[in-house]
Design a protein around this ligand. Sequence first.
Ligand code: APR
Length: 228
Amino acid sequence: MKRLVVLTGAGMSAESGLRTFREMGGLWEEYDVYEVASPGGWARDRSLVLRFYNDRRKQLLETSPNKGHLALVEMEKDFDVQIITQNVDDLHERAGSKNVMHLHGELRKSRSTVDPGLVYEIEGWELKEGDLCEKGSQLRPHVVWFGEAVPAIEQAAELVSRAEILVIIGTSMNVYPAAGLINHVPYTSPIYVIDPNEVSVPGFSRINVIREKAGTGVYELIKILSHD
Ligand code: APR
């Protein structure tokens, strides 16, 4: 089966009701990203950071995967589908996708602030001050904050370098190193972008654009690829 690598962003989960970041009404319009998603923000006001992620986790527990997530699961019948997501939600997994790599961490997990190897599932929606790791340190969201390294980036680049088809869904391609992954795709591999809005990918003229929301666009892609 052909290896189909999918890079997803916040737009993938938009039809599930989760907000994106940079659109009108996006999360970064309401919150100062450096106050709620950076080590400095955590140092200045960890209760604000915990509240920001608790709100998003609470909303996540009330949403479910959308048609786009489910269509990607359907593609596993005909392709070796490998998902690399910038999203911290677990909607790809809940839809049934088997191979999901989280570049920016996972909202439903916490990790020790003294030993990053200690990662825990969060029961329910709340991570509180006083929730400690087994070494007695405050637990933090298991999310990659601005200014922090993206541990899985090399593994992700290696995956993209072996993609026979690359599909980019629901990301403005604004944030590096995730956005730089496209540079690793083999020249011979077609690239599809599924997004209802214009997405600029500098230096790539050979992109097949499916100007649709994920819930429609992935089915469009299935049709296109079934004729190949
Ligand atoms: N279907 C597909 N794409 C959509 C939909 C939809 N229903 N709705 C919106 N989009 C597209 C938007 O047009 C935009 O291109 O999703 C993209 C969302 O872009 P961003 O809000 O910038 O989100 P993302 O690209 O995932 O951000 C990357 O930035 O803030 C950090 O760590 C955070 O992982 C995030 C990273």
